[in-house]
Design a protein around this ligand. Structure first.
Ligand code: F7E
Length: 351
């Protein structure tokens, strides 16, 4: 069995490769783009595995995708490559669309022409629901994106359906709500917070002054899970009799504010909120502040530059069908996820 996985330098691609090497005998081809300084930090566990091989390709270059599918003849093609940072999609709308939407068309075309038996996974997103009409969101929720990113993923979803219906391909666009972990990029809010907590924790322990974490909208609510749970759900979606599409989510929603509180709590730092709107701050509670007297006690403050031109205010998924029909059982709760990320960043903090 041969599996082509894209996006392996990122969180989901790397977790998918680890999962497949641990649970199958498949030969894994991990696609990376040519860059002068690729970062393999997420690939440490498998880079030298005998069943793993790096291949070069780029979703914006159809020749490279055609060649990989024609030469490898994969049984599965799992596409986790993307311009995945929503905030940046307003700055790079065309690149976001080219990679996230046209890129999926290039994958589907390559499969149709060179290996139509190949099963294809396209990484869908709760950002497609955007300005939500009802809660919890299920697979029938209307598509109402609020960002170029959300629109690009919605376009990919339509393309996958069109190719599935037109050419009878096994192609699924599974809808993933937010998913995090220790391989998460530092620009996403959860990792930004967990790394910030580790930095501040180090300063407090060493009686040093520290700068607060600067965040944008604290009131947005997200349905967060562990990416390692999701790759299992993705593999299950690819191994059904028919290519049904599912939502993967925790079925819980929490605000950014709650994530901040839980993250500092996981490090044993007590904080309190005070102030309003853009002046709101999270500071060390008086009792513990006395221990670091003399330094600023502000842990989190608002920086308006992190607000987005349009926000997705509330995401809460309903993944009951995936749990019942695929037998998917996520293992990591919200609390466990936050403490796992904070602990990892504290253990790996280098001043
Ligand atoms: O933002 C708010 C921000 O960038 C989450 C991607 O994996 O999940 C992810 O998209 C929330 C937003 O993720 C900061 O306004 C506040 O409401 O961590 P994020 P995202 O945009 O939800 C979906 C499912 C995907 O498909 C995407 O690829 O947090 N927020 N302050 C902030 N966000 C960031 N990044 N930085 C802040 O300082």
């Amino acid at each position: 069995m041969k599996v082509l996985v894209t996006g392996i330098l990122g969180q989901d691609g790397a977790n998918m490769v680890e999962y497949l090497l641990a649970n199958t005998d498949a030969k894994i081809y991990g696609m990376i783009r040519r860059t002068s300084n690729p970062n393999f930090v997420n690939c440490k566990k498998f880079i030298n595995d005998k069943n793993f091989q790096i291949v070069y390709g780029d979703l914006s270059d159809s020749i490279s995708i055609d060649t990989l599918v024609r030469d490898i003849q994969p049984d599965y093609f799992i596409n986790f490559a993307a311009q995945s940072f929503v905030a940046c999609s307003w700055d790079l709308p065309l690149q976001t669309f080219d990679v996230n939407a046209s890129g999926v068309a290039r994958c589907l075309e390559a499969i149709r022409r060179f290996q139509p038996k190949c099963r294809f996974y396209s990484a869908g997103s709760s950002e497609e629901f955007g300005d939500v009409e009802f809660t919890p969101q299920d697979i029938n929720h209307p598509i109402r994106p609020r960002s170029p990113y959300g629109a690009s993923k919605a376009a990919a979803r339509h393309l996958v359906k069109v190719y599935r219906d037109s050419y009878n391909l096994y192609a699924v666009h599974g809808l993933l709500f937010n998913h995090e972990g220790t391989k998460r990029g530092e620009e996403f809010v959860t990792r930004k917070i967990s790394r910030g907590v580790a930095r501040i924790n180090y300063s407090i322990k060493n009686h040093l002054p520290f700068e607060p974490i600067e965040l944008g909208n604290l009131d947005a609510k997200r349905d967060w899970s562990d990416s390692e749970d999701f790759v299992d759900g993705v593999w299950k979606m690819l191994n059904q009799e028919k290519p049904n599409e599912y939502i993967l989510s925790s079925n819980e929603t929490h605000s950014i504010r709650e994530f901040v509180e839980k993250a500092f709590e996981a490090a044993g730092i007590d904080g309190v909120w005070h102030g309003e709107r853009t002046s709101e701050q999270f500071s060390i509670s008086t009792e513990s502040y006395q221990k670091i007297n003399g330094h600023s006690s502000v842990l989190v403050k608002i920086n308006e530059k992190f607000y987005r031109p349009a926000e997705v205010d509330l995401l809460l998924g309903d993944s009951t069908p995936a749990r019942q029909e695929l037998g998917w059982t996520p293992q990591v709760s919200f609390e466990k996820l936050v403490s796992k990320m904070v602990k990892f960043d504290i253990d790996n903090f280098e001043n």
